[in-house]
Write a protein of this length. Structure first.
Ligand code: HEM
Length: 489
């Protein structure tokens, strides 16, 4: 009997060793050791605070592509890449083989059946619908009007107040509130006025922030753990459920009041219609638009358009404050009183901030069928893939030896126009058929905000304020961006 146990134990130890040796063959980078049982999770957790820089370093040392092996038997295994040829292949050439997939939909459950989590026909349907609404001149005009009004009514009075009192303010919080109000106005047609000098606590804004925070948590623990927590309604999962309930209530109330308004005055003021009203009108007579569809679409657009622009503006202002020569050139251009569309240098500076700090620093994909990537790596059916947009923006082979420097000039051609860079190398807005639908709108909004602030105010970063990325799906600053403001003469 004892002998039998010994044989089984010996066989188990042999399998354990074989398994470990097999896994170690996948990656021998001392920066990313593969521990028995825990896999590569310990070094990842150790570097979690600087995860994007760490991933960039590891990917660089491994030619841009490598395996991440999670704890044994948890299924947390990924192929990570920042190789632009792989990105081009997955995003465009073999687009159909790389989907968001069911695991993505589970992690991003709060997004419902909206465009971000959709695949195949459902995605095509969302895409066509939103494309028809976004890519119209009247929607651009509406956004311009809303942003400009918000600057005059809320942001300028707030900056004047901060300047007069000589107080410090968190610029990231200011942008978060500004963008929340703008997105509410464009999508729901009402302004919750979360941006005000007393920084009011607006329940729906807070709930939205929390929901986003907890989505990131699901990326960092094995699926079984967060699912158990969700089932038991404990820990971060409990908080996430509560936050989603508050935000959903807010969305459902807005939808109900919109329906009521639409029934009353169907024909009035179509020019200033918000996005939800346009959606309801678009589908009128063709099919019934249920509340869930409207809720999911609104939620997806809130995520798409709120934190991304906050992130881009926050890193942009930090970079500009650290580079006075860039600030001087932007001011020169603003003084020429060009239309925002023709502000080439400002456009280049925004692109450069987006390259170094892409608001969405990584994306997940899942392979449908077996494939071989241009880098030579094999992908099996169901393989989970992590694309580091952050590392692509810092790829020396693409951007040159000075890739870590903030140089808006690299975006400007000899003729003074913006240099065209293929989207699989400037990947901050995604590439291929799933390219961001809000790219042009984002530039309109960011340029109005940036030029309105820089024209009249100088932003100073508070000395010794720590700058560090947050742990979230959007690349925000963990401690915000503390600044003080002076007026320009
Ligand atoms: C600086 C601002 C922005 C950046 C950097 C950005 C970036 C991105 C990225 C990387 C994706 C792909 C995400 C994925 O598939 O996982 C995406 C998709 C998308 N973005 Fe943006 N975005 C920005 C602003 C906006 C705005 C303001 C809107 C509109 C309100 C918007 C609407 C969308 C939509 C609808 C998609 C889904 C496209 C699809 O799956 O077909 N984005 N964006």
């Amino acid at each position: 009997m004892l002998g039998c146990v010994q044989v089984i134990a010996g066989f188990a130890a042999f399998l354990f060793l074989l398994f470990h040796i097999h896994r170690r063959r996948c990656c021998r980078d001392p920066l990313l050791p593969d521990w028995p049982l825990f896999g590569m999770l310990p070094p990842i957790l150790k570097n979690l605070g600087q995860i994007n820089d760490y991933a960039t370093r590891v990917l660089r040392r491994n030619g841009g592509t490598g395996n991440f092996l999670g704890p044994w038997f948890t299924g947390m295994n990924y192929l990570a890449t920042s190789d632009p040829t792989n990105v081009h292949h997955m995003m465009s050439k073999n687009f159909a083989n790389y989907i968001k997939g069911p695991v993505f939909r589970e992690i991003f459950e709060a997004f419902g059946d909206g465009i971000f989590t959709a695949d195949s026909d459902s995605w095509k349907h969302h895409r066509a619908l939103l494309h028809s609404l976004f890519k119209t001149k009247s929607f651009e005009k509406l956004l311009e009007k809303i942003v400009q009004k918000k600057m005059d009514k809320s942001l300028v009075p707030l900056l004047d107040h901060v300047e007069r009192r000589g107080i410090e303010v968190d610029l990231q919080d200011v942008f978060n509130r500004l963008n929340f109000d703008i997105i509410c106005s464009t999508i729901l047609g009402s302004d919750p006025e979360s941006l005000a000098i007393d920084f009011p606590e607006v329940a729906c804004e807070r709930a939205f922030n929390e929901a986003e925070e907890f989505i990131f948590y699901r990326h960092t623990v094995p699926i079984s753990i967060w699912k158990l927590q969700r089932w038991l309604r404990i820990g971060p999962e409990k908080k996430m459920a509560e936050a989603c309930e508050v935000f959903d209530r807010f969305l459902h109330e807005s939808i109900a009041s919109k329906r009521e308004k639409l029934n009353k005055d169907n024909e009035k003021d179509r020019e200033n219609d918000d996005l939800l009203t346009c959606l309801m009108r678009e589908k009128e007579g063709k099919e019934h638009v249920d509340d869930k569809f409207l809720r999911d679409t609104a939620f997806n657009l809130f995520v798409a358009g709120r934190d991304t622009i906050t992130s881009a503006l926050t890193w942009f202002f930090w970079l500009v404050a650290k580079h006075p020569s860039v600030e001087a050139k932007i001011l020169e251009e603003i003084k020429e009183e060009k239309e925002t569309k023709s502000q080439v240098y400002l456009h280049g500076a925004l692109c450069e901030a987006l390259r170094l700090y892409p608001p969405i620093p990584f994306e997940r994909k899942q392979a449908v069928e077996h494939d071989i990537l241009p880098s030579g790596h094999e992908v099996g059916p169901g393989t989970m893939i992590l694309l580091s947009l952050y590392a692509v923006g810092r790829c020396e082979e693409v951007w040159g030896k000075d890739c870590m420097e903030f140089k808006p000039e690299r975006w400007i051609s000899k003729k003074g126009s913006i240099v065209h860079i293929p989207s699989y190398t400037f990947i901050s807005f995604n590439a291929g058929p799933r390219t961001c639908l809000g790219k042009d709108l984002s530039f309109i909004q960011m340029k109005i905000v940036a030029s309105s602030i820089l024209k009249d105010y100088q932003v100073h970063i508070v000395k010794d304020h720590p700058i560090s990325p947050s742990l979230s799906i959007v690349l925000l600053m963990r401690y915000g961006l503390k600044v003080w403001i002076t007026k320009r003469n």
